[in-house]
Every structure is written in C-alpha cells, then in structure tokens.
Write a protein that binds this ligand. Structure first.
Ligand code: URA
Length: 264
C-alpha cells in the first residue's frame, strides 16, 4: 500500500474519532467512499462498519461493543483471541458459556479445523475435548502427530445450541477470525474436518466425497480434507468401516507429506 493512501486512511480514522468524540454515531457513506474504505480492510469482508451504507463511528447505544475492532489490527494470536472473546457479531454469543478460540503452538506446522464447538468444548473453552475430540486425538496419533504439536480450532468459535450445524450467517461472521488465525500461524498444512471446514476454507460447495483424498491449496498451505470425527461416529457397521478406511487414506497422505516437509 503506498504512503499517500496510508496517510489518507489515517486522516479518515482521526476524523471519525473526532466525530465520535462529538457524539456522532453514523456518517452517511457513498458508494465511492465505501469502495475506497472496504479495500482498507481486506481481511474482514463482512465488516459492515466500514464497507456498508453507513460508516460506524464507534460504540453506539444500539451498536455492538467490541465489534468495531478490525480483525487485521490483531497482530498476535493472543490479540486476536481477545477480539474473538468479545465478539457479538451473531446470536451465538447469547447462549455461549465460553468462546472456543482454539489452542496449540503459535507456529504450528499443522492447523486442524473443525466445524463448531460442542457442549463440552463450550463448557471448557477448549476445542475437541468431547467424544469427537477423543477420536481426533486417536486419528492424529495413528499418523504419529501429537495433539500438542498442532493448532486445533473450528470455523465457528461459539457453540450452536443443540449442536446444530452453524448457519451461513454465523459462518460468514466468524470465518474472518479463522482466516486471520491462518495468516498469523502460517501453517504449512491444514487438515479440514468435514463439509463446513472444507467449504469455508476453499470457498466451494462440492460434496465432501469429491474433495477428500487429494491436495488443495490455500495460500502457502496444503489442505487435506477428510470426514469430521463426529460424522465417523454417527454410523455403525460396514458404513462406518468404509468411512474410516477413507479417512485413514486421507490421513496417510497427510502423514507422508508432513514427514517429508520436516526434513527439508
Ligand atoms: N467439533 C468441532 O468441530 N469442533 C470442536 O471444537 C468440537 C467438536
């Protein structure tokens, strides 16, 4: 971004702060201004505060406290975590006990992405600590990867009531946090568990069967898609056996490249 452009953005920000100090809550936007400002926060395309019809000048009585912090201003995982913990972008904040930001090393080579926290995760504020988590830990162990060497998170950071699948609005509001996590962690590999993770990361909506078992790319990361452990647990008998065999194939592909990239 060139210097003049940055200066202009700083001027606009200080003018907005001044307006806010006067008690102004909204200033009318125009398509030109919105277009210009929306390019200033590329990591947060859902941030209506700056790209919408109106520019939000800060906290308002009707506004959402904490929602005006741009995600791109979080330069560390800890900083991003504190933004996410104050998030009220969708209704899931009303029923959550804890935000489940994710856990693992800041420089993990492997990022594991699930769908959304379940009941136990919501209670503990940690990802994959319930029955699906037990299976995930076993799946990783089977390919000689310990849980503690990966960063584990989910697309949606708050539990949908009754463990329902998160809806499109919830996913759209929460996905920018995941993308910022990826920018900060810079993983070489991403293991996407299930459809919600696969579709959100790759921005496509093909069936999981056609996405799993091959490599995809997201920036510098190689992405492997496989079944969500909860999905594997849903079935019994021969169906479960077949799904597990497919998941095992995906995991072995991951192990091969993960080990090979360690030695380079
Ligand atoms: N399922 C997920 O997708 N994420 C969790 O954290 C737990 C279960």
């Amino acid at each position: 971004m060139d210097k003049g452009y940055l200066e202009l953005i700083k001027d606009i920000c200080s003018w907005l702060r001044f307006q806010r100090s006067l008690g102004v809550e909204f200033v009318a936007g125009s398509p030109e201004i919105s277009r210009f400002l929306s390019s200033a926060d590329l990591h947060d395309p859902t941030n209506k505060n700056i790209s919408g019809r109106y520019l939000f000048a800060g906290r308002s009585r009707k506004g959402i406290p904490g929602d005006s912090v741009p995600i791109s201003s979080a330069h560390t995982l800890q900083g991003l975590k504190s933004v996410v913990e104050r998030c009220k972008r969708c209704d899931l904040h009303r029923s959550r006990t804890n935000v489940v930001f994710g856990e693992g090393p800041e420089d993990a080579r492997l990022l594991v992405v699930g769908e959304a926290p379940g009941r136990q995760e919501d209670q503990e504020g940690r990802p994959f600590v319930g029955v699906s988590g037990e299976l995930l830990t076993k799946m990783l162990r089977a390919i000689n990867i310990s849980r503690t060497e990966c960063f584990i998170t989910s697309v949606v950071k708050c539990r949908p009531p009754g463990n329902r699948t998160p809806d499109q609005h919830e996913i759209a509001k929460c996905a920018p946090f995941l993308f910022r996590q990826i920018e900060l962690i810079k993983p070489s590999f991403i293991l996407a568990l299930g459809l919600v993770a696969a579709h959100t990361l790759l921005k496509i909506d093909s069936p999981l069967k056609s996405l799993r078992g091959k490599w995809h790319r997201l920036g510098n990361a190689r992405v492997m898609i496989t079944y969500h452990p909860a999905y594997l647990l849903r079935f019994g008998g021969i169906h479960q056996k077949n799904l597990k065999r497919e998941a095992w194939h995906d995991l072995q592909m991951l192990e091969k490249e993960y080990v090979a990239s360690k030695s380079t």
